[in-house]
Design a protein around this ligand. Structure first.
Ligand code: 13P
Length: 350
């Protein structure tokens, strides 16, 4: 089936009370790993590419691979999403390629590093929403700033530096009309999020729950949501890696989020760890091997296993066939008529 609207995936997830994993990709094997897992668990899925991924793989290679995934898996709804767009032009170029969803991360300036003002964020996000909705494309915005840096994008520092202000989240959702809202609750991109199992002093689930109460119809997004499980860290270290002990976001906290309006969960680091561990194992145990397939196949399988596990834990498993995807052109008409207008003040009217 053609790529579907992320808005439709998230609306269906809200109806079903589950979350949808958004998995980052850079190459063919990662896309295949996601599709193996989606097919096995019968899950709708969000595939996402950062600016770094688009540059690494070259836009057209990556996009054609996603199109192949959609063609080969007609029973799986797939949304293709630009992760952390840093400006209008980045989002526009993703839409021109055929991405069905974009994130305009206006929480940072266009350099992808410096926190922006609230007004700057509203202005650029609103501009992207106008452009994207006219074309049936979903928009995710961000309010508050995530910790860490991923693919050169991020303010760095701790996840606690710019926690989302719930009142600002409401004003932002209303003034921009975003379909999904990423909030900062103490998580960071990358492997090093917490130095012990996180509790409420560092992972602000209370803020998330408060925002959900104030914005019950807005689809919330959790970034930096790898769980960084010890077994994946151990495989990397057992075969020559040097990861320092670290903790991610426990799956039970994500599930608490899902019960409180989280519909999209971003996962990249766990898959990177699974791939690296599998490759290191082959290199360590079979130093005589040099055919890339000998290590890319186990790497792909290791990632598929993690993705399938997350799909089951997030609740999206089994939901691929629940609904009929709506054509992007029809979604555009829904935005134009106001039927899909996501502004919170209109939520009662929907
Ligand atoms: P992780 O680094 O926790 O996997 O987060 C990925 C992410 O949020 C991509 O936007």
């Amino acid at each position: 089936m053609p790529l579907v609207s992320m808005r439709q995936l998230l609306d269906e997830a809200a109806k079903g009370g589950y979350g949808v994993g958004a998995f980052n990709v850079n190459d063919m094997e990662q896309i295949q790993a996601i599709m193996i897992a989606a097919k096995q668990t019968k899950s709708p899925v969000i595939v996402q590419a950062s600016r770094g991924a688009r540059a690494f793989a070259e836009d057209l290679y990556l996009f054609r691979l996603i199109e192949a995934a959609a063609e080969l898996n007609p029973d799986i709804p797939i949304a293709m999403h630009q992760d952390h767009g840093n400006g209008f032009e980045t989002c526009k170029s993703a839409i021109a390629l055929g991405y069905t969803s974009v994130m305009m991360d206006g929480s940072l300036k266009e350099d992808g590093k410096t926190p922006s003002s609230f007004e700057e964020n509203v202005e650029v996000t609103r501009r992207v929403v106008d452009y994207a909705h006219e074309r049936g494309v979903t928009v995710e915005g961000e309010i508050g700033v995530l910790g860490g840096v991923e693919d050169g994008h991020g303010a760095g520092g701790s996840g606690l530096d710019h926690i989302t202000d719930p009142d600002q989240a409401v004003e932002f959702a209303e003034r921009t009309g975003v379909d999904a809202l990423a909030i900062a609750i103490g998580t960071s991109h990358g492997a090093y999020k917490f130095n012990k199992k996180p509790d409420g002093s560092v992972l602000k689930m209370d803020v998330l729950i408060k925002i959900h109460k104030m914005l019950p119809k807005t689809h919330l997004v959790m970034h930096g949501s790898s769980s960084v499980p010890k077994d994946l860290q151990d495989i990397v270290n057992q075969y020559g890696g040097k990861l320092n002990p670290t903790w991610g976001v426990p799956v039970e906290e994500i599930q608490l989020g899902i019960r409180n309006g989280v519909r999209k969960i971003n996962v990249d680091t766990d898959n990177r760890l699974a791939i690296t561990g599998a490759i290191r194992k082959v290199f360590a145990e079979h130093p005589e091997k040099f055919d890339p397939r000998d290590y890319m196949k186990p790497a792909r399988e290791a990632m598929a296993k993690v993705v399938a596990q997350r799909m089951t834990e997030f609740g999206q498993a089994g939901h691929a066939g629940d609904y009929k995807p709506i054509a992007i052109e029809e979604i555009a008409k829904g935005y134009a008529s106001g039927a899909l207008d996501p502004r919170p003040s209109l939520a009662g009217a929907r």
